[in-house]
Design a protein. Sequence first.
Length: 173
Amino acid sequence: MALPWFFFGKSFFSVIFLTISLSILSCVIIIVVASWRIALILWCHHSVETARRSTQSALVDRGFDRKMLRSLPKIAYNAEVYGKKLTECAICLMEFVDGDVMRVLTHCGHGFHVNCIDKWLESHSSCPSCRDVLVLEDCLNCNGVLRNHLNGNEYGDYSVHSGYDPTWIPSYE
């Protein structure tokens, strides 16, 4: 026959108290360790974001030299090709006319008059429309000279390079 709980005496309550105390202590330790890990993750994420922003702003503020700018492809504007997607230069706000010499930035697809974008990129490293940082990977890999097929246009520079399609304009619909 089992004895009622009050016959167990002080040692029974000591065991229960010790068990509850250890359970509470374990929960507190788990909460502290989890909080510390979350704080560490947030701190690391903040550090990475801060480093990325400072690197990006350093790139944006630096600009490109003329040799690098000359390596960017030029194309002649054609209203049939670009239609309503690309109608005006966002820098000078003038509408494009067939035959205008322009540059279409390969990373975002925004197009500008050559003189406008060259002047902009001398002091900035970002697209004036979307502010995406322009990284000239092809140019950096070959010291400012694009090693691809010469288009044979009258401007005497490259307008086709790997991955570049002058008719591609991103849709914002």
